[in-house]
Design a binder for this molecule. Sequence first.
Ligand SMILES: [Zn+2]
Length: 654
Amino acid sequence: MAEPPPGSASSIKSRIAALNLEEVHAPAPGSRPTYSYEQAASKKARPPPPPSQRPHAQQRQQSVNNPPIHSNAPTSTRQPSNQPIAAKPEAPKSQPALPPRPPSRTNTQQAPALPPRKTSEQSVRRRDSTESVSTVASGRSTLSANSAKTSVSGTSGGGQLYQVRAPAYDPSKLPPLPPKKAPEEPKQARATLKATKTSPSIVAPRALPPQLPTRPALPARQDPKEQENVQPEKTQVIPPPRRSALSFGLNKSTETPPPVLSTRPGLTPTESAGTPPPIPLASRPNLDAIMASKPKPGALGSCLKCRDFSGPDNHAARYPRQNLPSSDVAWLATQLTSPFPSFTDKARALFTWLHHNVEYDIHSFFGGTISPSTPERTITTGLAVCEGYAGLFTALAVKAGLESVVISGRGKGYGHTPLKPGDPILPFKTDHAWNAVRIDNGEWKLVDCCWGAGNVQGPHTPYEKNFKPYWFTMDNNEFGCSHFPSDNSHFYRTDGRASISWEEYMLDDVGERLTVYGAATPDHGIGARTFLPAMKHIKVNDPQNGPVIRFQFTSVCPHWENERHGKGKPYVMVLHVGGRDGRKTDWLPFQTDGKIWWMDVNRVDLGAPGQKVSVFAVTTISGEDGRGVTVSEYKSKKGRAAMGFGGVAMWELV
Ligand SMILES: [Zn+2]
């Protein structure tokens, strides 16, 4: 992705959007129009069904009363450094002045002349100017019984159109209800909901209207405000790093970058403009029903590694930073997370958004000019070092109603050199920042948005965006092999140990672990910590450990099926060896049951000291994709057909 345009561009854009809004509605800029269904109900009876001869425009007015669910007001609260913004006091609830109503219809059966085509123009303009604003904010109209066909005004959303009121009517004079097809839609939506793990509202937002007649789902509407005010402020404040930039932990550049997600959804405004209908932010389906369909704590389906995150991932891609109306953290948090009832999905949407929209600030990092960041500044510039990523993640998470903390500590990332046997253990020093966030089932999950976003490759090489979701899904114990928190309460281990010692952490990779290339997990679904032998150096002559050595690795989780959860059918995996004394190179296929790959080899056949032994995936055979090829097919073609290989892991012979 190209460098984002300077911040000024987005502010001009947002101002234009604001001007457009002012043309459309009267309320003072910044004032937060308040509205609730309760208020609405007290002012007028529930809208009766439209008479059969009534033009559709009448229905459209029904939906323009949708309340706004967000404010574009600038954030007044600014805090230093990296902290999330504290909860804002609630904006005064001033009901904006209403425009004159159309003449009453009590004296006539005729509908009044339609003012209203105007509304559709308005809505089109809003879409043009602040497309991303309107998308999620809308959809509330799908709650309305009559709005099924008024999606245009619905998508304009923003709630700013409420000044056009439906004319008064007298229910007793209206003809009986025409038959509706609405009742069938909720059933479909239900079925869809139960079939997927993440919120299906992304996939089929229009299929979600919940029980229309009674409008039961309304409480959801208050969420954003409540979340702002009831926020548990558990955020830990860490001082901005002041140390040498070079010691900041970064993802190891030795990892071969895995390919960018092939399914990454469109990022450009044009693409998102043409895509799916707006997310029905407020028209949430019955939460109880959704939660009932979710895996219970500890259930098989609660495994993050094989969970389908396409919903939050696709949604996060719809909010390119350059198109945001402002750097308002609360607004962005609401947009990104509201469609998802699951805390895990909310957190994932934030994690993914950071990948798409924040680049590592290699300039400041290598230039030693890192300055403390604020969440707003990170949103505006799209640049951050680890503490900027972590600070923005927690700021967004807290605004979204999640509990989250920024954790500072020591990472084994860019610049980390494993100890050699006998090396002294240096004292603990902070050089990295990451997060913990409370996901479903009350579980505290460690995540590293910075390492999950891309690769720092060096001072003179451009930053490489590269989505690495395993920094979201990795279990906390494995995470703890590369992240040591400065606060003892931030280990969040799941193996029953409250913490590990600094010595244990540093000694974990003494002598260096084998090299596992970046493609292992995303491309092949193999767990990086499952490889045997675990350490990098293998002795060709090792009388103590016998003449035969076992090579083995395992899928990333017990439920993993690469065809279903990964990128397709598995490749044949082979071990590249040098042969006795390194004189007979060979490619030996692993045995596998689909979950575990294993092979026993005589040490002397591995090669000569100084050579390498590697695991490769056989990616092509005779130019054809190698996915799904069996071991016996591989054997029959070995030596007869050209083959392509992809690196998975590597050891060195000594
Ligand atoms: Zn799993």
